[in-house]
Design a protein around this ligand. Structure first.
Ligand SMILES: [Zn+2]
Ligand SMILES: [Zn+2]
Length: 251
């Protein structure tokens, strides 16, 4: 968990670091600007937005299609989570940043992405969850990678939104196959019963943090066990939504 003292210390350390080593844009190398610091305003404005999305699962929809309720997928087979937010599409240059962050251990990119996500959430002005829950890696994968990308994304979010990270509540008890090459049904099977809780949750509202939301099967599996244990509202916050195909919405 990140407490208030730790968050305050992190903020001070970051201000000191900015003074000694001014931030530069991760995409063009120009000087970074407040409040995003590690990305300049023109590069931030060029990122691929996900503006026309299902309000339940953040699935990109055909441009201009108004969706007051949810997409066809959410209406026919609702996800266990209440709502997903993903401000960007998994497209250039975000896919490059995410790939380098996750597989190349460029943690500075994770800090940029987490900061962007925090600003997006903050601008919505909605009731905030009581805790940020990074989707856990299996301990073996965690050891191989050296870090959990979801936790690295959650760090700047915890600091900016002043919400604690809880990375001990949920555990991945089964090492699952890499989902990259799997279709939706295979992904669902792959993560079934892969997670467990280490204690009874004390929260009524949480946000799961993940890097990319594809079919929602992983986040859905975690949301399912949280809901079974009494968490009333489970949101999923991811930096990007990968879409296999654009959908029409349904009223
Ligand atoms: Zn730039
Ligand atoms: Zn949907």
């Amino acid at each position: 968990m990140v407490n208030g003292w730790t968050a305050g210390w992190n903020a001070l350390a970051r201000r000191t670091q900015c003074w000694i080593l001014p931030p530069s844009c991760v995409l063009c190398g120009d000087r970074g600007q407040s409040p995003l610091l590690d990305i300049c305003a023109p590069c931030a404005a060029d990122l691929p937005l996900n503006p026309s999305a299902c309000p339940r699962c953040a699935q990109p929809l055909l441009p201009g299609f108004v969706v007051p309720g949810a997409c066809a997928r959410c209406l026919s087979r609702p996800h266990p989570f209440d709502r997903a937010l993903a401000p960007f599409l998994y497209d250039y240059p975000l896919d490059h940043l995410i790939h380098a962050f996750k597989y190349g251990a460029v943690l500075a990119y994770g800090r940029v992405l987490g900061t962007l996500l925090a600003h997006y959430v903050c601008a919505r002005g909605e009731p905030q969850p009581q805790a940020l829950l990074p989707v856990p890696l299996h301990p073996k994968r965690h050891r191989e990678r050296g870090f959990n990308q979801a936790h690295e994304l959650a760090r700047p979010m915890a600091e900016l939104l002043e919400i604690p990270i809880d990375d001990t509540l949920c555990r991945r008890r089964r090492a699952t196959e890499d989902q990259t090459e799997l279709n939706a049904a295979q992904r669902r099977r792959n993560v079934r019963n892969a997670f467990c809780l280490t204690r009874k949750p004390q929260y009524t509202h949480v946000a799961l943090i993940d890097d990319v939301l594809t079919t929602g099967s992983t986040a859905g599996e975690v949301a399912k066990i949280l809901k079974l244990q009494g968490v009333e509202r489970v949101e999923v916050w991811a930096i990007a939504r990968a879409a296999s195909q654009l959908q029409k919405g349904s009223p």
